[in-house]
Design a binder for this molecule. Sequence first.
Ligand SMILES: NC(=O)c1ccc[n+]([C@@H]2O[C@H](COP(=O)([O-])OP(=O)(O)OC[C@H]3O[C@@H](n4cnc5c(N)ncnc54)[C@H](O)[C@@H]3O)[C@@H](O)[C@H]2O)c1
Length: 330
Amino acid sequence: MKKVLVLATSYLDNLATHPPEQGRAKTMMDELVANSHGEIEIVYRCERNPDEPLKTYEFEKVAAVIADLEVYDRKLLSQIGIKGGGSLGLIARYGIGYNSVDIRAAADYGVIVTNCPGCNTVPTAEWTHSTILDVAGRRILHYMTASAGKPKKGPSRLDVSGKVLGIVGTGNIGKMVFKLMQGYGMKVIANDIFPDKKWAGDKGVEYVNLDELCRTADFITLHAAADRTIITAEKIAKMKPTTVLVNCARGILVDHKAVYHAVKAGKIWGYGVDEIWSDRELPLEGLNIIASPHVGSDTDMGKIRMQIISTRAVIDFLQGKTPKHIIKPG
Ligand SMILES: NC(=O)c1ccc[n+]([C@@H]2O[C@H](COP(=O)([O-])OP(=O)(O)OC[C@H]3O[C@@H](n4cnc5c(N)ncnc54)[C@H](O)[C@@H]3O)[C@@H](O)[C@H]2O)c1
C-alpha cells in the first residue's frame, strides 16, 4: 500500500465560478486509486497549517506528497526520503516557488521535486495590475476616510498613463504584467539577471541596471524569483517621492523596515505587497502601504492549474513515468 498525501490547502476548495474543470484533479486521483487494485490510497489533509513543522510520522507509507508551503529541510528529508530509509519519492509543489524544499537534500535522499510553472501567471499579473493602481490611487486611505463619512484627505491620485514602468524580473509574470499594462502607453524599462533580449527588442523594452531602474521608474513592480533582499534601503533611497513600489512576488525581496520608513517619511509614494505584514512594531494604519495575504494566484483558474499540474506529476510518478517540471539542484 502506497499513500499520496495532499497538503495543498486549496486542493479541495469549492470554486467561486464553478468552471467546468472544477473537481477534475480529484477525479484524476479517484481514477488512480480505482486502477491501483487497492495499492494506492489518497490522504487529504488540506486543513493542515503549512506553518506547522512537519513530523516524520506524517509520512508513514507516503510515496508522494502534493505540498503547500510547509518546510522540507535536510533533516526531515534524510528521514522520509526513499534513500534515507523512508518511503517518499516525490514532492509535487502546488505552485511555482520551491524555497520551502531543500532541493539538494531532496536529490541526495532520492526525492524528485516538481512545481507548476505558469500555473498562476495570469492571476498574479492581474493582482499586480490592481495593486499598482490601488497604491497610485491611495485607495486604502481613501476608503478609510470615505467609509468613515469624511471628505478626501491628503494628496491626489497619481497618473499612470504615459509614465515609466520598471519591471524587475522579466519571467512569466513580469512579461504578463507588461502585457496587461500596455494600454497605459508607458515607457517600460526592466532588470533581470538573465535578460530576455529578444523579448525586449520585440516589445521596445530597455534593460537597465537596478540602480538606474530605481532612479528613473515611476512604478516599480517586482517579479524576480530571488530569495534575498534586492530592494535594500540604499535602492529605496534612489527612488522619487512619487515612486510606487509593488511586490507581488516574495516579501523577502524588499527591506520591509526601510520601505515602511520611506513611505512614512514621504520619500516614496507607497508600497503594495502580496504578503502578510507580520511586523507588529510597524503598524500600517494611515500609511499608503497595501498588504494582502499572498492571494496573487488565489483564483479559480489559478487553483485549477495547480491542482491538475501537481496531480499529473503524482500520477506520472506512481505509474513509473518521469514527471514534468522537475526542479534540479542548482
Ligand atoms: N503572489 C503570488 O501569489 C505569487 C504567485 C506566483 C508566483 N509568485 C512569485 O512571483 C515570482 C515570479 O514568478 P514567475 O512565474 O514569473 O517566475 P519566472 O521563473 O518565470 O521568472 C522569474 C524571473 O526572475 C529573474 N530573476 C531571478 N533573480 C533575479 C534577481 N536577483 N534580479 C532580477 N531578476 C531576477 C529570473 O531570471 C527570471 O527571469 C516568483 O518569486 C514567485 O514565487 C507569487
